[in-house]
Design a protein around this ligand. Structure first.
Ligand code: CDP
Length: 213
């Protein structure tokens, strides 16, 4: 069973998806972390960033992934914080434009979600990775609110985050392969002014009304 949560940067996908997965007893998949790992490997000059970032996933079993509890590893190293820097963030949206990167990561994501009950979040889960997901949510919020949340989380200037976010939004929406858009059958949820709990409740209600889980 799969709940897909897509949307632009800062819409609250990660926090909401993680809390929802906890509430339902599902496994959480952060597909953005995979694009970030490729970006980090590339910035570090790895000879084959894609193999390196994907190789990590092959070595981590499902049990280990659950035990990692949201931590991200690359070649055995804990890179949970290293993949969140502004430099990696910008590079991630650049590598995500490349068809060979998308193809490889989408294949990996499909393999993972086939193995259990997942809440998976990203940009293209409901449209490309898993069009048959039982429930699809498209999370949005105003650009200002999204930038404000991210700035508070990272302790940085909101205006700068807003400018960088606009660039990433533009790249994600305009790219030729899997541009960001809501699936036709996705439920759009504007989280502006809502708390995380309120958003999680709404999605959990939707899941219940569809007899999920
Ligand atoms: O959390 P935030 O939305 O800032 O970023 P993320 O979800 O960690 O994703 C980082 C970048 O990876 C995004 O800017 C997208 O360009 C890309 N991405 C993607 O193309 N497809 C996905 N399923 C997930 C992320």
């Amino acid at each position: 069973m799969l709940i897909a949560i897509d949307g632009p940067a800062g819409a609250g996908k990660s926090t909401v998806a993680r809390a929802l997965a906890d509430a339902l007893g599902f496994t959480y998949l952060d597909s953005g972390a995979m694009y970030r790992c490729v970006a980090l490997a590339e910035l570090r000059g790895a000879p084959d960033p894609l193999a390196c970032a994907i190789g990590l996933d092959e070595r981590v079993t499902l049990e280990e992934r659950v035990a990692l509890d949201g931590r991200v590893t690359l070649d055995g190293e804990d890179v949970t914080d290293a993949i969140r820097t502004a430099e990696v963030t910008a590079r991630a949206s650049e590598v995500a434009v490349r068809p060979e990167v998308r193809e490889a990561l989408v294949a990996k994501q499909r393999e993972l979600i086939a193995a259990g009950d997942y809440v998976a979040e990203g940009r293209d889960i409901g449209t490309v990775v898993a069009p048959s997901a039982e429930l699809k949510i498209f999370l949005t919020a105003s650009p200002k609110e999204r930038a404000g949340r991210r700035a508070a989380e990272l302790g940085v200037d909101a205006e700068q985050v807003l400018a960088e976010q606009a660039q990433r939004d533009g790249r994600d929406a305009a790219r030729e392969h899997s541009p960001l858009h809501a699936a036709l059958d996705a439920v759009e949820l504007d989280t502006t002014g809502l708390t995380v709990d309120e958003v999680v409740q709404r999605i959990a209600e939707l899941a219940r009304s569809m007899s999920l889980p």
